[in-house]
Design a binder for this molecule. Structure first.
Ligand code: ZN
Length: 84
């Protein structure tokens, strides 16, 4: 069953009387130029940096264990089962 709490009552009253809290509305239009300048400032251009793995010479993320051979700082940290 629907229970009438103070919150739900005020909501019902508002919906009946048509009174609502006003939405946040932008004061002025953001021009194409301003929108594009903002998006250009936030646009990520560069790809993530890649380093060469010293043991298998595969491209890998720096400061991260190599995905192919599992070596980090010259030590095998993660054992890879399917070594080819
Ligand atoms: Zn490697």
């Amino acid at each position: 069953m629907f229970e009438y709490t103070p919150q739900s009552l005020s909501f019902v009253l508002e919906s009946l009387t048509g009174e609502e809290e006003e939405m946040a509305v932008p004061k002025t239009k953001v021009s194409k130029s301003r929108k594009r300048m903002r998006n250009a400032a936030n646009f990520k251009v560069s790809a993530p940096a890649l380093a060469d793995c010293p043991s298998c010479h595969e491209k890998k993320l720096p400061h991260v264990v190599c995905k192919k051979c599992g070596v980090y700082k010259g030590q095998t940290v993660v054992e890879k089962k399917d070594k080819k």
